[in-house]
Ligand binder design. Structure first.
Ligand SMILES: [Zn+2]
Length: 104
């Protein structure tokens, strides 16, 4: 992945958005649901907390998860979902990804 200059705001180029969604096959990164036309692109590490607009910080998310997550860090969001008892709805593999990514 080449490094390109990015605008210093949370703008994500449309082609990057499209790629993140198609790479994820429109599956929500957080809850594992198919998002179809309701898909959004979420900053995995929130932009407001130092996350970048680089593709490796972007995940496909359903609108609901994106709105819930807001500017929470991934680990905070996981606990939040757990507390909401949404935990069991989440695909186990997705959770593993959250763990593995938050350690890097
Ligand atoms: Zn979701």
């Amino acid at each position: 992945m080449g490094r390109r200059k990015r605008k210093p705001d949370r703008f994500i180029e449309p082609e990057v958005r499209a790629k993140v969604k198609t790479d994820a096959e429109y599956i929500c990164f957080y809850c594992g649901k198919e998002t179809a036309e309701d898909s959004t692109v979420d900053h995995y590490i929130p932009f407001s907390r130092g996350g970048s607009n680089d593709e490796d910080n972007l995940v496909c998310a359903c609108r609901e998860c994106n709105e819930l997550k807001d500017d929470m860090m991934p680990e905070e969001f996981r606990l939040f979902l757990y507390n909401m008892e949404r935990y069991e709805d989440m695909a186990y593999g997705q959770l593993q990804k959250i763990y593995s990514r938050s350690g890097s």
